[in-house]
Design a protein around this ligand. Structure first.
Ligand code: FES
Length: 134
């Protein structure tokens, strides 16, 4: 990893790679809520579906429903989460919905058995005080 003109974690755009935890642990649940240091509205879901991790804003872009609690279905090879509040669908990979809404998604990578999510803020599996500085 070069330590050049980029920030301390080497990111270029869209945030930094945040270490979430070991894949062996995180793959035991279908969804984990990751708390953002920016506060409630910026929390992120980490889904584990069919052997793959996906990260998406945790609050539905319609009216803020908890997407971590949504059902997941596959239709024609596309994995979608359905918001538990009004049943809007969101593609886990792209965040696109059959409605015109778009849910923000984030890149996920696996490195040395650990899961990383690229996000502008710190992410934690434990709740964080909103005003805490990183
Ligand atoms: S809040 Fe998610 S569909 Fe309405």
């Amino acid at each position: 990893m070069a330590s050049g003109s980029r920030d301390e974690e080497g990111n270029t755009d869209g945030g930094s790679w945040r270490l979430i935890g070991p894949a062996s642990e995180l793959s035991k649940k279908r969804c984990r809520l990751m708390h953002s240091s920016l506060g409630y509205d910026s929390d992120v879901c980490l889904f584990y579906v069919k052997g793959e991790f996906f990260a998406m804003d945790a609050r539905c872009s319609h009216s803020g429903g908890p997407l971590c609690e949504g059902d997941i279905e596959e239709a024609e090879g596309v994995l979608q989460v359905f918001c538990p509040w009004h049943d809007y669908d969101f593609d886990l990979r792209t965040g696109k919905s059959g409605t015109s809404l778009q849910q923000q998604v984030y890149e996920v990578k696996l490195e040395d058995g650990n899961v990383y999510v690229k996000h502008p803020s710190r992410l934690s599996l434990q709740p964080l005080p909103a005003e805490q500085k990183s």
